[in-house]
Design a protein around this ligand. Structure first.
Ligand SMILES: [Zn+2]
Length: 229
């Protein structure tokens, strides 16, 4: 992994500080999890994906740092992560990034931030809060998916891939937060997309039927497909 310290100015209070930023990473050949969570090596760089300003507590992201009223950063909701007792500072950081994004109504940014908080909870063995983060993720993802398909006929290939990835994320979050009825409804509703998406949705539904809430990868999916042949 290539890491470089970079000077960044907080967009809220103007404090300038040095932050480690990931410049490039070795991408392992291993398949990601079904929600596209990358393998451990890349995940270990997550502390560089967002930084908390030491002065005003604003969470500075790698892209898009919207203005938010500093009063919000001092609110109980922000400081206490909306009452969710997260175990790690990194999970709290992503959770606060999610709260800022929600405050400015950027649901897409909020979705990726709360997804990251769930991944940190997974790595910390903080199962209950991982479920809480995924429930919150499921509350906003349908709107994000809808917005990503606003003009389906004009979508470019990378846009279609983004929509598919959001659906993969949604299906996994639904299963892992025990929202099976919504998962089955999603499987019935999605009649477009790649073979990979179709297989992943069916596999998610199969796992839900056996009450399997654990983490699975695309390698598991392939093994399951192979065993059926
Ligand atoms: Zn600041």
């Amino acid at each position: 992994m290539q890491i470089a310290p970079i000077k960044i100015m907080c967009p809220i209070c103007g404090t300038v500080d040095w932050y480690d930023i990931l410049m490039s990473a070795f991408i392992a050949a291993r398949e990601p999890d079904l929600d596209l969570r990358p393998p451990e090596m890349l995940r270990s760089s997550m502390s560089m994906w967002a930084h908390e300003c030491k002065k005003c507590s604003y969470v500075i992201s790698q892209s898009k740092n919207p203005f938010v009223d500093p009063v919000f950063l001092n609110s109980e909701k922000y400081i206490d992560c909306d009452g969710v007792a997260l175990r790690s500072d990194l999970a709290k950081r992503f959770f606060r990034e999610y709260l800022i994004a929600l405050e400015v109504n950027d649901k897409e940014k909020a979705a990726y931030a709360i997804r990251n908080a769930a991944w940190v909870c997974d790595d910390n063995g903080d199962g209950l809060n991982a479920i809480e983060c995924r429930k919150r993720l499921c509350n906003i993802l349908p709107d994000v998916i809808k917005a990503s398909r606003r003009f389906p006929k004009m979508l470019k290939r990378e846009d279609r891939k983004k929509t598919e990835n959001l659906i993969l994320l949604y299906a996994d979050a639904l299963r892992r937060s025990e929202q099976d009825a919504k998962l089955y409804a999603l499987c019935k509703k999605i009649l477009f997309g790649s073979k990979r998406l179709g297989e992943a949705l069916l596999y998610q539904a199969e796992l839900a039927k056996t009450n399997d809430r654990s983490c699975h990868t695309f390698d598991d999916l392939r093994e399951s497909e192979d065993s059926k042949q």
